[in-house]
Design a binder for this molecule. Structure first.
Ligand code: ATP
Length: 331
């Protein structure tokens, strides 16, 4: 399995997660690879060939966040490049209320399904004239149909009742219109699952008023990026929310959060988002017993309210959370 510690808090949370995944009975041969800033500093490229070969060989990756320079023309986002290289078209982020975590809501249990390969992430941007810049949003029927299919099949597998497409087709009539048309086509083949649509601004308001009413959310890439962080806030923040990037051949698991430069290197990052991503990974690779064990231990740790990092109102370090989890796992 390819293990990418990543940048910022990545190495801290990925090391913690790898330890407890093993303590829960997960069996892996880790193949550690550098990417992002760490790779750029060492080999002059953020995506070394060895990394690509490793992922291609192992077909599963576990990854920390990678640094992308904001607004500067440095290297392109490595996250975006990996998603494109391996055609990881579905980004899946389960968001649910967790025991012992202070948050404005209870009973939230939804899944964000984000299209991961196109939209404004095409990277096509140019200056038309001084002071005028154009960014191109690309939406295709092929990618829209397959992400809709993924969302409905996931909803079926997980016994979900409803899929909601979130869009701005009132303004982007062609691009978001195409996305919706594809989702409607797919919805017709899944009569048992309710399908509806919400304009993205309204969806944001509904989500912060009545998040319990949502089930599976189907979104294009940019709306999915923003709405995921909003949804993380509904259940206690970025320190808790896991994610998976799924393609037909390869899957890469990673927390929703970024490199958190403000706390990197201090040993205080919450490792639980990475750990819950590890739970998803264990299920994906056919190790459900280890996944269940790790998930139960993590939920028990939260419910105890004893060992919590600062983002959850506690004072524990990353190492203390990891050690407490290991103790719970060894019972
Ligand atoms: P990037 O550009 O890599 O996305 P960012 O700072 O824009 O980085 P995040 O890294 O997601 O975005 O961090 C947003 C906020 O959430 C920061 O204040 C950060 O400290 C906090 N945060 C993110 N992940 C964690 C975590 N695992 N534990 C504690 N706090 C976190």
């Amino acid at each position: 399995m390819t293990l990418i510690p990543g940048d910022g808090i990545g190495p801290e949370v990925i090391a913690a997660a790898a330890r407890v995944m093993e303590a829960a009975g997960g069996r892996f041969r880790w193949d550690v690879q550098k990417a992002g800033k760490a790779a750029f500093d060492e080999c002059g490229t953020p995506i070394p060939d060895a990394l690509i070969r490793s992922i291609r060989r192992n077909r599963v990756g576990f990854k920390g966040p990678l640094e992308t320079q904001v607004g500067r023309v440095g290297y392109r986002s490595v996250n975006v490049a990996l998603r494109k290289t391996f055609d990881l078209y579905a980004n899946v982020r389960p968001i649910r209320t967790l025991p012992g975590v202070r948050s404005p809501f209870s009973g939230v249990d939804l899944i964000v399904v984000r299209e991961n390969t196109e939209d404004v992430y095409s990277g096509i941007e140019h200056q038309i004239a001084p002071g005028v810049v154009e960014s191109v949003k690309v939406i295709t029927a092929r990618a829209s149909r397959r992400i809709a299919r993924y969302a409905f099949e996931l909803a079926g597998r997980e016994r979900r009742r409803r899929v909601t497409s979130i869009h701005k087709a009132n303004i982007m009539k062609l691009s978001d219109g195409l996305f919706l048309a594809c989702a409607r086509q797919v919805a017709k083949r899944h009569a048992r699952i309710k399908y509806d649509e919400l304009i993205v601004d309204n969806a944001c308001m509904q989500l912060v008023l009545r998040p319990q009413e949502f089930d599976v959310l189907l979104l294009e890439n940019l709306y999915g990026d923003i709405v995921s962080d909003l949804c993380a806030g509904l259940v206690g923040g970025l320190g808790l929310v896991p994610g998976a990037n799924i393609g037909n051949r390869v899957a890469i698991f990673e927390a929703v959060h970024g490199t958190a430069p403000d706390i990197a290197g201090k040993g205080v990052a919450n490792p639980l988002a990475a750990i819950f991503s590890g739970v998803m990974l264990l299920r994906h690779v056919g190790q459900p017993a280890a996944a269940d064990r790790l998930e139960r231990a993590a939920l028990r740790l939260l419910a105890e309210r004893r060992t919590r990092t600062r983002d959850l109102g506690g004072t524990a370090t990353t190492a203390q959370v990891t050690e407490r989890l290991e103790a719970l796992l060894s019972r």
